[in-house]
Design a binder for this molecule. Structure first.
Ligand SMILES: C[S@@+](CC[C@H](N)C(=O)[O-])C[C@H]1O[C@@H](n2cnc3c(N)ncnc32)[C@H](O)[C@@H]1O
Length: 233
């Protein structure tokens, strides 16, 4: 599974997202993260099974090696796959070419702290958009909500606990790391009443780590549907 990241090879304490994540991907097996995240696939299958008549636009934020983006494209979505790492995006492009999905996968490099793709999307996803680099995460996720078209869905899948092999924030021990609850994440989006909450919970799953290790971990899952434009009654 792509989410169950081992300690990134970029050193913590690096302040620049590009440097940190390029160092990380330089040391990662290109096959890592090329399969969809199971939780994301489950939520999308249930709530946004696919574009009717083709042409639905999806945006995957912090796509990494593109497991989610490629899976969405295989289901008919036209996917803009965003990451700060050019290395990761090159691998997404290679994966799309190998799968015959080049027409439907559009790698688009952004440091989301600084820029965001233009336009409106029927599905916006962000799976495990976590980074040890100082990043205005709440602001990025609010911008993600703004990018959802009326009728469209925003799906956030996040870590809500640490696997024993995961990287930590500096030297903090596991007991010192506090993850927000799914309700807190949803509240941070500051949605108006033009949205319906489809999922806001914290399921547990078995995560796979290096060397065949496994552990039970918790994810936050937030799926909200935009019913109408901001200000529309
Ligand atoms: C924990 S990985 C998750 C990757 C992928 N979504 C998955 O589930 O396998 C976080 C991803 O966010 C990307 N990222 C981190 N900070 C970013 C930023 N400021 N702008 C764009 N992408 C960023 C990283 O390059 C990395 O690919």
């Amino acid at each position: 599974m792509s989410s169950d990241i081992a300690r990134p090879s970029g050193a913590t304490g690096t302040t620049d997202s590009v440097t940190f994540w390029e160092n990380h991907y330089a040391g990662v097996d290109p096959q890592w993260g090329t399969r969809p995240n199971a939780v994301l696939a489950e939520v999308v299958t249930a709530l946004a099974p696919g574009p009717t008549g083709g042409g639905g636009r999806a945006l995957d934020l912090g796509c990494g090696h593109g497991g989610d983006a490629l899976w969405l494209a295989s289901r008919g979505w036209d996917v803009t796959a965003v990451d700060v790492s050019a290395t990761a995006l090159d691998r997404v492009a290679a994966g799309a070419a190998a799968a015959g999905l080049t027409d439907r996968v559009h790698p688009d490099r952004h440091d989301l702290a600084q820029s965001f793709p233009e336009g409106a999307f029927d599905l916006v996803t962000a799976s495990y958009f976590h980074t040890p680099v100082e990043t205005p995460r709440d602001r990025v996720l609010r911008r993600a909500a703004e990018a959802v078209a009326p009728g469209g869905l925003l799906v956030l899948v996040e870590h809500a606990s640490l696997a024993p092999w995961s990287w930590r924030d500096g030297e903090k021990g596991e007991e010192d790391v506090r993850f927000p609850s799914p309700d807190e994440v949803r509240a941070s989006l500051r949605l108006d009443d033009g949205w319906r909450t489809e999922r806001c919970d914290a399921p547990r799953r078995t995560a796979s780590g290096p060397g065949g290790r496994t552990a039970t971990v918790t994810d936050n899952v937030i799926a909200v549907r935009r019913l109408r434009r901001r200000g529309e009654v």
